[in-house]
Design a protein around this ligand. Structure first.
Ligand code: IMP
Ligand code: MG
Length: 186
């Protein structure tokens, strides 16, 4: 889905599909250098990270394995609650593995702070974080991504996997959701 298909529901485009793919390619080169001699386990955080994972993993020229977790901190609103629940756990034993968490966006970082601790407590050898996007509120947590796509302003965005009430995930670009869309629904 493209911006023009839902132009009345969106404000500006912050990151185009082309910009995102080019940046993920650069990050893939960094990851290849950092994981020489290791087969990292990429852990995607469902559902938002599906597009990041698909494009980032395919840009890599080293062996990796992939698994998925679903955690919930948001519900259908646009505010972070700080409450994290596991909705779907890993199939993989992370003990001794070099884990790379693949995320769509860091807002407060509360979700990732919790997830990093959770994976370390299961005996992961290392836990690093790749995120496509980061918002300014991330400075309040101690979460610093090892691999960052783009810093964006503190606006609610959709597309490239990011949703509002499960909509817009298949939008190719990252765009600001027009506030009238969620103002009407609350
Ligand atoms: P955090 O715990 O505050 O960092 O929240 C991270 C999660 O909130 C992300 O994985 C997204 O699922 C969701 N989220 C944060 N900001 C946005 C946004 O602008 N659009 C859509 N989802 C968002
Ligand atoms: Mg998410």
């Amino acid at each position: 889905m493209r911006h023009s298909d839902v132009a009345d529901q969106l404000d500006e485009v912050l990151v185009t599909e082309e910009q995102m793919l080019a940046r993920l390619d650069e990050l893939a080169r960094e990851v290849e250098r950092d994981y020489v001699g290791s087969v990292p386990l990429l852990i995607g955080v469902l559902k938002g990270a599906v597009m990041v994972m698909a494009d980032f993993a395919r840009a890599l020229h080293i062996p990796v394995t992939m698994d998925w977790m679903a955690v919930s901190s948001y519900g259908n609103t646009t505010q972070s609650s700080g409450v994290v629940r596991i909705l779907k756990d890993l199939d993989t034993d992370v003990a001794g593995r070099d884990v790379l968490i693949v995320e769509d966006i860091i807002d407060t970082g509360l979700t990732l702070a919790w997830l990093r601790e959770n994976l370390m407590s299961r005996g992961a050898k290392s836990v690093r974080i790749l995120t496509a996007l980061r918002k300014p509120d991330a400075v309040v947590s101690d979460i610093v991504p090892d691999y960052l796509g783009f810093d964006i302003p503190n606006k609610f965005v959709v597309g490239f996997g990011l949703d509002y009430a499960e909509n817009y995930r298949h939008l190719r670009d990252v765009a600001v959701l027009s506030p009238h869309v969620y103002a009407d629904g609350e």
